[in-house]
Design a protein around this ligand. Sequence first.
Ligand code: ATP
Ligand code: MG
Length: 607
Amino acid sequence: MVSEASETTVKSGNVTARSMAPMLWPFVRPYCWRLAAFLAALVVTSVATLLVGQGLKMVIDQGLIAQSSASLRNAIVFLGGLSFVMAGATALRFYMISWLGERVSADIRNAVFTHIIGLEPEFFDRYPSGNIMARLTSDTTLLQSIVGSGLSLALRSSVTLVGALVMLFVTNIQLALIVLVGIPISVVPVLLLGRRVRQLSRQSQDSLADVGSYAGEIIQQIKVVQSYTREAQERIAFGSNVERAFDIAKGRIQYRSGLTALVILIIFSVLSVMVWTGGTAVVEGRLSGGDFGAFIFYAMVMAMSVATLSEVYGELQRAAGATERLMELLATESAIQSSSLAPDSEQGSCGALCFNNVTFAYASRRLVPAVCDFSLRVEPGEVIALVGPSGAGKTTLFDLIQRFYDPIEGCITLAGYDLKDYPLHTLRAQIGVVQQQPVLFSGTIKHNIGYGRSQSTDQALEQEIIEVAKSAQAHDFIMQCPQGYDSQVGEQGVRLSGGQKQRIAIARVLLKDPSLLLLDEATSALDSESEQAVQTALTELMAGRTTLIIAHRLATVMHANRIAVVDSGRLVALGTHQQLLAESPLYSRLARLQFNGGEYNKTLLES
Ligand SMILES: Nc1ncnc2c1ncn2[C@@H]1O[C@H](COP(=O)(O)OP(=O)(O)OP(=O)(O)O)[C@@H](O)[C@H]1O
Ligand SMILES: [Mg+2]
């Protein structure tokens, strides 16, 4: 599970904090006036910070050394004024950048979700859902916190760094040169170790995502886990996942703390050299006390900026990793593309469905085709049953009809047009499916039955929902639920029985009223009595529609116009029940087993 998950996560790319800007720009652009306000506030606060140095110089030279209390008062008033400006601008800066951080990550979250739900199912076979969820939540959160604080700090530090450097040169060139040599030395380790930090940070996000998907799967299947009393093993397996994530994170933290220590040491060495040189100059009368004070202040500001930058640099690398992962998802193109070559109308609904030498293999099993050289023509209004052993490829055929996958060879046509030429929504709007394992969503029963219709508040719709529920033999049990049609079904419909879920799924497809009906073991979870009744409803529904039925119980398919026998992805026989009994060894074997089995059961019951 772990290895599978990490196999699918993409290798760390060569993204840098710098390349983050172009990736993020499309999301920031709509709010560029806020960005401008932030930048303006940033410049104001930085200038104000630097002016504090001048205030300090006034305090020392004009106030302290000249022993003038008037000048001292002026200097204090100047500093006081500065503090007001700084307070206001800082508040504005903080508000703007935090707002941007929240807004941009919300927009990205939305964009990613909007994008991925349009991707082909094969994508979700490759990416564990927990991994995608982690990207949607933790990566965007990381981005938000870093844009909102790290980026702000980085920009502020860069601006003050440059400003302080300029002021250093203005104040004293000789001392400034010392600082100028010191800075590149302190930046070197940041650049060297920063890359490693970035790699580790991406790995650590990936392994966290693995932890998430592992937990997700276990929690979802908790009954199976407990029934096999696997709790202890799962705890250990989960624990080792967590530890792996922790180890990677630990590596990252080690690098970063080492980095920070190194930078501080270098900076303070430079600072000592400078204080010594400057102090000597003051003692020898070559430099005023005020200039020296201001100089120390600027040097400190600069040192702090560099320290902040080196710390934030690692954070920005993490954000770059997160951004890269999100952009990767956004850049994934669906293998199933919608087209509009075929008429965007009801035309397909009255045409034949035709498989022409279709071959298909799942990406994870390219060598073993699930469907192989399959040809079948289903006339409009015809009812065709698909029978065959488990794993023969019946459900896969249904998936191909809905274009969840595209054939590798051959094509499927509807009303003479290749399925690939239909707009996806037109194609799928014509198809109604009852799946082998009916899937419900958390929400009310009403919501689930009306799922195929968007306007679910309509009064008329409510009436229709009740009608289809009656046809699907679901009305009675729904009325016994605590809130009737407004009862919650629970996550994935856990509060309903298998047969109840199936009837809701049938009601849902009855309401959709499609022209092509695909029933995959639609009545398998029902007792004979309700199956009979649902069958009547389905027969009514099938009238005038092209229908494909998959059923293991031959009794339910005997009334189809024709029966197609599928084995190992191939069509091995086609005909009516009687024809097949005579012609198809596989079919007559299946039939014999079932009907003889039935008699055997009957004798058992009678005895
Ligand atoms: N998502 C998938 N990825 C890879 N292989 C798959 C996938 N889904 C199904 N298969 C494989 O494709 C083959 C056909 O599966 P399919 O679900 O179509 O069988 P089926 O005829 O519907 O069987 P059953 O009667 O048991 O439902 C099987 O061998 C199965 O293991
Ligand atoms: Mg199946």
